[in-house]
Design a binder for this molecule. Structure first.
Ligand code: ZN
Length: 99
């Protein structure tokens, strides 16, 4: 099964789109907050940056970091409720009283 473009290669934000040199210098950053939370109630915050190529001087904007905040982490520590062995109390008087 040949899946084309299946590899999710993260685009390097520091690579200059003009000359291809990995020479981006962050000039300014700001955060973009996604208006819609994901299904876990988390908000995606994208850190955007203005980068400036130290090779050719081209400047561009690129997301340099993404993070999720808020919501609830899906809990992994689900402890199975310990089943206490059932305690059977016998009334010895009943057993021992023989007619
Ligand atoms: Zn460049």
């Amino acid at each position: 099964m040949a899946r084309r473009g299946g590899r999710r290669k993260q685009k390097d934000p520091y690579v200059c789109p003009s000359c291809g040199a990995r020479a981006g210098v962050v000039e300014k950053t700001w955060s973009l907050v996604s208006p819609l939370p994901d299904k876990y109630g988390r908000i995606t915050v994208t850190i955007m940056a203005v980068l400036n190529c130290s090779e050719c001087g081209y400047s561009w904007k690129a997301p340099i970091q993404k993070m999720k905040t808020g919501g609830e982490e899906p809990s992994k520590s689900e402890e199975p409720a310990k089943r206490q062995g059932q305690v059977i109390e016998l009334d010895l008087d009943d057993i021992l009283s023989e007619d």
